[in-house]
Design a protein around this ligand. Structure first.
Ligand code: ATP
Length: 292
């Protein structure tokens, strides 16, 4: 089942184009990362899906249907940190949120346990660490037991311990069957937490799919010898560049056999002086994707 299907979505703020013809699908049960640098349109996209903003063009569907408030009832969202009352406890704050939302009054104890704040439920919000505040925010989005969670930069501003707590929480919510759609500008975060992703740059979709497929780094083989022409015909080679006097041979996948390459070159009458496998970092792959 598809939870969210975005079709040719565009959004302009006056002369600024925040989204341009963006299309992708979020399958149920995934942790779906919307990845992009600052200003790439992530928040705008989530705002449209949550009906806070109107699209200028295109459309989207929720659970395969035209979106209505019935579909939105199944979505818990955290677009920005809610304005909790500092002098009230975590539990009291959730009571306030539940009464404003008109749902989830019976869930408060459960969600406090779920985000590991039950022991501190009666402490004032002002005494919480940043990570605890963010976990309370996630608890508030869990009120009413939504099937889907939409989180905008859920680890922003947290220290490494807080970040790890939130990432673990997202993964465990996913294991319970919730679909999670989260915006992030951190490649590392998307790689660690998400199963699927859409990559945005300046409002345009660069690629979408499984994280492992998108970030799969093809091998790079470094070669010395007069082999440029023959290697450009070798299976799986996508491009060849020259660095100093070494050829950098890019493959579309990993698992390339150096032995086979060596034998192939030899069979074509070329003896290689140098042949090694280089690995590409994910950062390099990401830069490659966002620069193209
Ligand atoms: P960030 O990670 O910095 O929040 P983002 O990827 O979420 O960035 P958006 O906040 O959606 O990106 O912004 C996309 C573009 O639209 C940016 O150029 C931004 O300046 C512009 N923009 C966003 N909101 C408005 C607005 N209300 N009025 C005018 N321009 C806006």
């Amino acid at each position: 089942m598809t939870v969210l299907s975005v079709q040719h979505l565009s959004k302009k703020y006056g002369s600024i184009t925040a989204l341009r013809d963006v299309s992708f699908e979020v399958p149920a049960g995934t942790v779906f990362g919307i990845l992009g640098p600052n200003g790439s349109g992530k928040t705008t996209l989530l705002g449209i899906v949550l009906d806070v903003l109107k699209a200028t063009g295109g459309m989207f569907r929720l659970f395969g249907e035209s979106p209505t408030h019935v579909h939105r009832q199944k979505i818990g969202a955290l677009l920005e940190t809610p304005n909790f009352y500092h002098y009230l406890s975590g539990r009291k704050n959730l009571e306030v949120v539940a009464s404003i939302k008109g749902k989830g009054e019976g869930d408060i104890e459960g969600v406090l346990k779920r985000v590991n704040l039950y022991d501190r439920r009666d402490s004032a919000f002002s005494t919480y660490s940043l990570g605890m505040k963010q976990r309370l925010a996630i608890a508030s989005s869990l009120l009413g037991s939504p099937e889907v969670l939409v989180l905008d930069e859920p680890t922003n501003g947290l220290d490494p311990v807080g970040i790890a707590e939130i990432r673990e929480l997202i993964k465990s919510l996913s294991r319970e069957g919730k679909t999670i759609i989260m915006a992030s500008h951190l490649l590392d975060e998307v790689e660690k937490v998400c199963t699927h992703m859409a990559l945005l740059k300046k409002g345009e979709l660069l690629t979408t799919g499984k994280v492992t497929d998108i970030l799969a780094q093809g091998d790079i083989v470094e070669v010395k010898g007069n082999a440029r022409d023959i290697l450009s015909a070798y299976p799986g080679v996508t491009k060849i560049t020259t660095e100093d006097d070494l050829l950098q041979v890019y493959f579309d996948a990993t698992g390339v056999s150096l032995k086979n390459i060596n034998e192939y070159c030899f069979s074509k009458g070329v003896v290689l002086e140098h042949l090694t496998l280089k690995r590409k970092s994910l950062e390099a792959r990401f830069l490659e994707l966002t620069q193209n």
